[in-house]
Design a protein around this ligand. Structure first.
Ligand code: GCW
Length: 713
């Protein structure tokens, strides 16, 4: 009797709440939600079975993913068979089916074709590739199509990545803390590895493979030498074993002084034979454990990290020494260009170029220099980094930040697709018009074969992986753009919204609209008109434009905005730091002139009087205040839009986003008020009509302290 009662209660609870775990975000964009009846029937017609004549681990994963996806969408799991029947999803490579009715020559090792074909008179959907990994990517593409409303009858798709290395960089520490991580602790359970390999690692690999990511740097660039000890190599090897069948390679960040710290060498001078021998032996050890190890990522002589310059050697000397060690195995070295030195008084925005440009042509052929999208540090908006286009003899890879250190961390809805797109589409003019950053990093501009793009991960142990549902879109967008830089941020947002919420356009359209303007809104309420780095110190959470007392000049927000009684902005023209001259002449010319500088970059390049007239006719001061207002207003509009979606979104994800938007609105207002309170104390101008005075006086804003803000080492 008691038992019957328990069953009844459980049944009632389930009926009321649905499956409690169904929409907690864990499934990311791989939800495979039940399709509407007609659609489910259409999917079923094209997936009556999965015909896969191979048996590799990757092939098995591809077939299982198709079974899972179709099963969940239609309620019927298609069987796997070797023979091809009508309506089959047919997975084939030249080794399983030599005469395929589709060209594969331009698809490379990872690309695929998806085509509706007749095979022996039977209508089937062919997913064809040169390799099983290509098939896996194709399977995920087909599953995306199935979840959207696309007609599955006449498919003819060919897709291959132009960029070779599509990597996540984890800034994960060995103790589980994630530097600039806002989604909980690290997902790597270093302590229980290599024995315990929880299911999360597999789901991580699935998620990444589904968007084409093919490598992961496991540990923070602010590296500990310990990652290179034998026990930690075994741990990394265990992860590599999980990721391998998904086409994902493992890489490690290294600390430059590891030979000294781990084995007592007297020096880490890259030209010292004992140092080179140490790295060679260490590399041999790693490749014994991880035969397909990808290579090393290095942050050297940057923000206190040791490096070759400590021994009067160059970055190239350092990179080439490591490159020689991994070369016999086909490994690579990713050498970061994020450098600036406390003893260099020059504009921080110029220092990476000054250090690296003279080294063009001096790097070994398995070295790629990793350059952040902008010259300062992942700001809400930065002009593209001047190194792009400036080192034609050196492969350069892009480093984006997916985690939102400077764009609202885990709580703000600030979709990064438009930021990525803006940078990739920026024209360097290095070889004339059309020399976009995308062409620099895909190697086509200067004929490089080694190509790459990295994103600093926003992944943590939070159930939803990224700290919020909408932050998942940034991971997704990074992967999709890495695979195909020509995709638009809007197309990707649409795709993501369909997969994440519903293919119903009543949901997709408003969600995409919210997303598309959200980054610009953050620019407006944080750093309008080309301002940068005015975040509070250390944790970078919230506003701190007044901060001026830190030891190094370039740590202080006042260094970046240079507001004074006359005006505001950093003069980077010839009368100032002359950073503009690091760009190709047409670009330099545009930014050197205040009149031809797009207003979005105005204060990045110019110190402008408060009464300067903007294109709208308003003064700079009024325009600045209006932009802060517009940013806050946009967030309020997102709240309204989201509220209107309540009937269409599951309760759990609706409530989370609703709450986070409330936080965002409060913080946008705080950003606006604090910034205006401070800048008004300098500009001494009245607020334009209609703009409200800040809620508190400046001292109140200055007094806010957040010693436990997350993500700060
Ligand atoms: O963005 C800044 C961060 C540091 C980071 C550094 C870097 C890993 O504030 O936390 O360190 O850049 O990219 O090396």
């Amino acid at each position: 009797m008691a038992r019957l009662f328990c069953w009844m209660i459980a049944a009632i609870c389930l009926a009321l709440t649905g499956d409690a775990r169904a929409e907690d975000g864990y499934d990311l964009w791989l939800r495979y939600a039940p399709a509407a009846q007609g659609r489910a029937a259409a999917i079923h017609t094209h997936a009556t079975m999965v015909a896969a004549p191979g048996t590799s681990a990757t092939m098995t994963i591809a077939t299982q993913e198709l079974q899972r996806g179709v099963g969940r969408m239609t309620g019927t799991t298609p069987p796997v068979a070797v023979t091809i029947q009508p309506g089959a999803l047919w997975l084939a490579t030249p080794s399983t089916a030599p005469a395929l009715p589709v060209r594969l020559d331009d698809l490379g090792a990872e690309g695929y074709a998806i085509r509706s074909v007749k095979q022996d008179g039977k209508a089937v959907t062919l997913i064809a590739a040169n390799s099983d990994i290509g098939l896996l990517h194709g399977a995920y593409h087909w599953l995306r199509l199935a979840q959207s409303g696309v007609d599955l009858d006449r498919l003819d798709i060919r897709s291959a990545p132009r960029i070779g290395l599509r990597l996540l960089n984890h800034w994960d520490n060995l103790d589980g803390m994630v530097e600039r991580g806002y989604a909980g602790q690290s997902i790597w359970d270093w302590w229980r590895l290599p024995d315990w390999k929880g299911p999360r690692y597999t789901d991580y690999a699935r998620a990444n493979a589904s968007i084409g990511i093919n490598g992961t740097v496991l540990n923070n660039v602010n590296a500990k030498a310990d990652s290179l000890t034998t026990p930690y190599i075994a741990k990394a090897a265990a992860l590599a074993d999980v990721f391998r069948p998904y086409g994902i390679k493992v890489y490690l960040s290294v600390k430059w002084t590891a030979p000294m710290e781990l084995d007592g060498l007297k020096t880490a001078d890259p030209l010292d034979p004992a140092v080179a021998a140490w790295w060679t032996a260490k590399t041999d050890e790693i490749y014994k454990a991880i035969p397909d190890f990808g290579g090393f990522l290095v942050k050297a002589n940057s923000e206190g990290q040791p490096g070759p310059q400590d021994y009067n050697r160059t970055h190239a000397d350092g990179a080439n020494m490591l490159a020689a060690a991994v070369k016999p195995y086909g490994g690579i070295v990713m050498w970061r260009a994020f450098v600036y030195a406390h003893d260099n008084p020059d504009d921080r925005a110029k220092q990476a170029y000054s250090d690296f440009k003279p080294l063009d042509g001096q790097f070994a052929d398995n070295v790629i220099v990793q350059v952040k999208n902008g010259a300062i540090d992942f700001q809400p908006r930065e002009p593209f980094h001047p190194l792009f286009g400036a080192m034609p003899k050196t492969p350069l890879m892009m480093e984006f930040q997916i985690t939102k250190e400077y764009l609202g961390q885990s709580t703000h809805l600030t979709y990064l697709g438009p930021l990525f797109e803006e940078t990739l589409d920026a024209d360097t003019y290095a070889n004339g018009k059309g020399s976009t950053v995308a062409k620099v990093i895909d190697g086509s501009l200067d004929g490089h074969r080694l190509t790459g793009i990295a994103g600093v991960a926003n992944i943590g142990a939070d159930r939803d992986w990224s700290g919020s549902i909408f932050n998942q879109a940034d991971w997704y967008a990074f992967g999709r753009l890495a695979w195909d830089t020509s995709l638009s941020a809007e197309t990707i947002a649409k795709e993501w919204a369909e997969l994440t919420f519903s293919p119903d356009q009543k949901v997709v359209q408003p969600v995409v609209k919210m997303m598309m303007g959200s980054r610009e809104a953050a620019v407006d309420y944080m750093t309008p008109l080309g301002l940068a780095h005015v975040m509070d110190t250390g944790h970078h959470y919230g506003p701190g434009p007044w901060v001026s007392d830190l030891a190094r000049p370039e740590w202080n927000p006042v260094y970046y905005h240079k507001a004074d009684a006359n005006g505001i902005g950093f003069d980077r023209t010839r009368t100032g730091s002359d950073a503009v001259s690091q760009y190709a002449p047409p670009v330099a010319k545009m930014w050197a002139n205040v009149k031809t500088t797009p207003e979005r970059d105005l204060l990045w390049f110019h110190h402008v009087p408060w009464d300067y007239r903007l294109r709208s006719g308003e003064t700079l001061w009024d325009g600045l205040v209006h932009r802060y207002d517009a940013g806050v207003r946009y967030v309020a509009d997102m709240q309204t839009t989201w509220a209107s979606l309540k009937p269409h979104i599951d309760a759990e994800r609706f409530a989370e986003t609703e709450t986070l938007l409330t936080i965002q609105h409060r913080e946008a207002q705080w950003w606006r008020d604090a910034s205006i309170a401070y800048f008004q104390s300098v500009s001494k101008r009245p607020l334009p009509a209609g703009s409200a005075a800040p809620a508190h006086d400046l001292n109140w804003y200055k007094a806010q302290k957040f010693p436990y803000a997350p993500g700060h080492n």
